[in-house]
Write a protein that binds this ligand. Structure first.
Ligand code: ADP
Ligand code: MG
Length: 312
């Protein structure tokens, strides 16, 4: 019996100290091997033929020696397209990326998330990309009530509710906002200010939080004062959440469900959900489940020397 080689995990993340979820992942991976944290600002991707081939390094070290890499949130200090290319290069070199760059990208884009959910027949409210004001008016008259969301939004920022009773105030605010950034419009789901965050890891629901909006608000985001408590999700909701994560291609993620008379429907899917609320309310560290997933994925990946250098 040979001795087990120590595993070496990479974490691509900007500022681990400031990101409690990433810090939790670094600690959890550290319990399963060595961890190297690399900031996107340290990366150099070079490509050319016949020189230099393809190489991805961080301050001179070839990153293809990692057994797997965990992609953190996109860093604000480097253009997202460059971070995407770096993650793709790692994946091309055979290093399992968790989550994959393409899945992270799909989860960030609310319209594309809806498209992938629809293709997989996962229930989600009708959603449309907003280009022109006329489209907005047509959609509002068809749906009656709807929510405008920044295409790449998160944390409840920039959401605009449009109701038939608001005298056109929502519609006007949205028309103005979409001059500045792309928006989607999603049909309203009557939730009574309650929805559910299901945390999916590798095809299983590991935890579920019931989220209640602050009094007077309709958005349940914790950042906006929403209250969270753990519950056991019914099996049917778990199945929807697992299918949603799979449709977007996420190995782990947070699926937000609204539940009305028609059953559960997916409001959005998050590629790098926070772990803190689950830890605080249940004492369970989702980072351990994610670290086990990383271990499994690296064990499934073909062994042998990996290199970002292309064979010549
Ligand atoms: N279609 C909808 N109908 C009713 N409430 C919604 C709808 N979409 C979003 N919300 C509420 O707004 C919150 C934030 O929306 P979400 O799509 O998750 O955006 P973000 O990425 O900013 O969190 C949700 O958690 C939910 O409480
Ligand atoms: Mg959300």
């Amino acid at each position: 019996m040979g001795t087990e080689r120590s595993r070496r995990w990479g974490v691509l993340a900007a500022d681990v100290e400031a990101d409690a979820g990433a810090a939790r992942l670094v600690r959890a991976l550290g319990r399963l091997g060595e961890v190297e944290v690399v900031s996107p600002t340290q990366l150099t991707l070079r490509a050319g033929w016949p020189e230099p081939g393809l190489s991805l390094s961080a301050e001179g070290c070839d990153l293809a020696r990692w057994d797997a890499v965990l992609l953190g949130r996109v860093s604000p200090d480097v253009h997202p397209d460059l971070q995407l290319d770096a993650a793709r290069a790692l994946s091309m070199a055979g290093v399992p990326c968790i989550n994959s760059a393409d899945a992270m990208l799909a989860a960030q884009d609310k319209l594309w998330t809806s498209a992938l959910l629809a293709r997989a027949r996962v229930p989600t409210p009708p959603c449309a990309g907003l280009g022109r004001h006329e489209q907005l008016d047509a959609l509002l008259s068809e749906w009656g009530e709807a929510v405008g969301k920044p295409l790449y939004g998160s944390l409840g920022v920039g959401l605009i509710r449009c109701t038939p009773a608001d005298g056109g105030a929502g519609r006007d605010a949205l028309a103005e906002a979409l001059e500045r950034e792309p928006y989607v419009l999603q049909r309203w789901v009557e939730t009574g200010g309650v929805d559910y965050r299901l945390f999916v890891v590798d095809g299983r629901v590991e935890a579920c939080l019931r989220r209640t909006a602050a009094p007077g608000d309709w958005r349940t985001n914790a950042e906006l004062g929403g209250h969270q408590e753990p519950i056991v999700a019914p099996r049917a909701w778990q199945e929807v959440a697992v299918s949603a994560a799979a449709a977007v291609g996420l190995a782990f993620g947070g699926v937000d469900l609204a539940v009305d008379a028609n059953g559960p429907t997916v409001l959005e899917v998050n590629g790098f959900p926070g772990f803190e609320a689950i830890y605080e309310t249940t004492g369970r560290d989702m980072a351990d489940a994610v670290a086990q997933l990383v271990l499994r994925r690296s064990a499934e990946a073909p062994t042998g020397r990996r290199a970002t250098q292309l064979p010549r």
